[in-house]
Design a protein around this ligand. Sequence first.
Ligand SMILES: C[S@@+](CC[C@H](N)C(=O)[O-])C[C@H]1O[C@@H](n2cnc3c(N)ncnc32)[C@H](O)[C@@H]1O
Length: 216
Amino acid sequence: MDPVLSRQGPLIRILNFWRLSLRRPRSIGAVAPSSEALATAIAEQVDFDTPGVIVELGGGTGSITAALVERATDQQDIVVIEREKSLCALLSARYPGVRVVCGDAQYLGRLLRDENIVMVKAVVSGLPLLTMPGRARLKMIRQAFAALAPGGVFVQFTYGFAAPVPRSVAEHTGIVGRRTKWIVRNLPPAALWLYQRHGVPDATPLSAGEESSFPQ
Ligand SMILES: C[S@@+](CC[C@H](N)C(=O)[O-])C[C@H]1O[C@@H](n2cnc3c(N)ncnc32)[C@H](O)[C@@H]1O
């Protein structure tokens, strides 16, 4: 564990987050780490009593990870995937019991295979889906649902009114989503969406326009 990183207080973490979000606004996609209220609401969507792994996408500085760690009986059941190397180091230092995987969520299937993960009960995403390139987003969603056990949930927060997964993409991948909650105690206020498998995915490829479309 890195002793300097693990001692970083919340203020330093927020400043580092701001610095990163100014440098890479589309990749970070937020002005501040998620609040405790949002992190709690996300963790409440997960059934901690059933067996299986919880995969967190885009762990950032670990706000949501904290709420998961607080509720999980075994921290090894939490796998956090983050693309930014400095944030991976921070996450590993803050949560030495959690499995932190430094990688791109669009290669989720391979990342999980490398970790020998077979049963995923929930995917909790902090990824900025609205600014993510359409093709990478589609790949990630497909792999997330391929990894999820029957009945598994995909939890996503977003800052606008629109669904974080475009309707055409949801229909194509055979998933259905609903907004479960608004969390006003967050900067900015956030909407929580829950996605689950609905039907059989459509085998025909999406057109280039649909793949890259922003949510309707
Ligand atoms: C909106 S921040 C959320 C951070 C944290 N989960 C929270 O709620 O405070 C998005 C995070 O996703 C990460 N990220 C963006 N694209 C990614 C990708 N393709 N694969 C993995 N992580 C990614 C960013 O580096 C950033 O840490």
